[in-house]
Design a protein around this ligand. Structure first.
Ligand code: PMP
Length: 461
């Protein structure tokens, strides 16, 4: 039996963690936490400490921890066929059934799904499919992709470029050349406080239109956006935003990618964020909620229009030269099938809508008017509290105060995992979608107590 001390020593000696201060961790200056188990919305570490997981891992364990139905589906698939590839028309029962189930749930105009393993590789696939489609339809100059500042689309070279956050760009010489960024639909930080939501949406659409015109519409292939900004601060779109953006894209014949890695399969209280906000994308990126993270699996869902462009390409140029060894991996597909069945049986999407409404109301009751809170915002089971020095003027805290990180640390101390979002003093919450109203109350109560702790320490209580 490996002791906690030995594991901790090996961890610091051997393991380079993502999104971690590497040197400090190796020197033992940052906390190491070894997670051992979970049930429902709670996880347990090897020291026996339990936490309410207010972020569902990384907004992915949507049906909650410890579901035997999914574990058994993976085990059964492993006994029958652990692996075969999906190249040259091969497949497994699980992968084919899952493709059918995904299309059954996706918006009507969607036509095919390409499976990958992570949200990052699915967005990489999306860019390649779009470039391929432009070549196949005789438009080789139409290749630029426009993303938004504060968008999050992955950590690869191309997808890290699509991401619009400083932490993911500056030290890596990103973004790469064909990627451009436009205004974030961040109403709280609008340029003029007198602007209405509709006016700010018009402003964002005009900025996009101006960028496409300046670049030349014949050089811009696609626009990518999360229905609601996630890692960039959990920011719902202002009223009219997607309608106005889509009008600009239609005018310039620019494709739309809806990155639904977080919002796909229920988080906003609708099956897809595209349904929720009236988006009609040419590609939908899915990952996290597809398997509730019981196994790594992602997908690119193509519209009929895009599929026809790709099919023309393969008729003219030969088979699609794009594939991963683990595309449509049978174990992951089996997890996906079991997960989607569970989502139906447990009415997970309806729960995200109904318990989500309770969660949002409780957050407003707890935080509206709080001395260090500028805004409470969210949709379904996804929410953020933004901390500011002066709510009246929306003045930021000095970054060195690390207010967001301190609130998250205080919450953890009190038994709640919430996430300090990477840019700004923003506490994010996105719990498992099986959350009950009583658990929502417990979470919000702890988050409020944590904010009070920090306000007191800052002398603002
Ligand atoms: N897109 C969005 C909207 C995401 O939130 C994420 C991950 N948080 C990704 C893409 C990348 O997914 P992955 O980490 O699985 O590569």
């Amino acid at each position: 039996m490996l002791t906690n001390d030995l594991l901790s020593q090996w961890d610091r000696e051997s393991f380079l963690h993502p999104s971690t201060a590497a040197g400090a961790h190796a020197r033992g200056e940052t906390p190491a936490r070894i997670i051992e188990g979970g049930q429902g919305v709670r996880i347990r570490d090897r020291d026996g400490r339990e936490s309410l997981d207010g972020f569902a891992g990384l907004y992915c364990v949507n049906v909650g921890y410890g579901r035997p139905e999914i574990a058994e589906a993976i085990a059964e698939q492993a006994r029958k066929l652990a692996y075969y590839h999906a190249y040259a028309g091969h497949g497994s029962e699980a992968a084919i059934e899952l493709a059918h189930m995904v299309l059954d749930r996706a918006p009507d105009h969607m036509s095919k799904v390409y499976f990958g393993l992570s949200g990052s590789d699915a967005n990489e696939t999306n860019v390649k499919l779009i470039w391929y489609a432009m070549n196949a339809t005789g438009r080789p100059a139409k290749k630029k992709i426009i993303s938004r500042w504060r968008g999050y689309h992955g950590s690869g070279l191309m997808t890290g470029s699509l991401t619009g956050l400083e932490l993911f760009h500056n030290a890596f010489d990103l973004p790469l050349n064909p990627i451009l960024h436009t205004e974030a639909p961040y109403f709280y930080r609008r340029p003029d406080p007198a602007m209405s939501e509709e006016a700010f949406s018009t402003y964002c659409a005009e900025k996009l239109d101006a960028l496409i015109r300046a670049e030349g519409a014949d050089t811009v292939a696609a626009f990518i956006g999360e229905p609601i900004l996630g890692t960039g601060g959990i920011v719902p779109p202002p009223a009219g935003y997607w309608e106005k953006i889509q009008a600009v894209l239609a005018e310039h014949d620019v494709l739309l990618i809806a990155d639904e890695v977080v919002t796909g399969f229920g988080r906003l209280g609708s099956m897809f964020g595209s349904d929720h906000y009236g988006m009609k994308p040419d590609l939908i990126t899915i990952a996290k909620g597809l398997t509730s993270a019981y196994a790594p699996l992602s997908g690119s869902i193509l519209s009929q229009r895009l599929f026809e462009m790709v099919a023309k390409g393969t008729d003219d140029m030969g088979p699609l030269g794009h594939g991963w060894t683990y595309s449509a991996h049978p174990l992951c597909a089996a997890a996906g099938v079991a997960n989607l069945k569970l989502i139906d049986e447990l009415k997970i999407v309806e729960n995200a809508r109904d318990t989500g409404a309770v969660f949002q109301r409780l957050l407003h009751e707890a935080f509206d008017g709080h001395p260090i809170v500028g805004e409470v915002r969210g949709e379904g089971l996804m929410a953020a509290v933004e901390f500011v020095k002066d709510p009246g003027t929306r003045t930021f805290f000095d970054a060195s105060e690390k207010v967001g990180a301190r609130v998250a640390a205080a919450a953890l101390e009190r038994g709640l995992i919430a996430r300090a979002m990477p840019q700004g003093d923003i506490l994010g919450m996105a719990p498992p979608l099986c959350l009950t109203p009583a658990e929502a109350e417990e979470m919000v109560g702890i988050a409020r107590a944590a904010a009070d702790d920090v306000a007191k320490a800052l002398g603002a209580a």
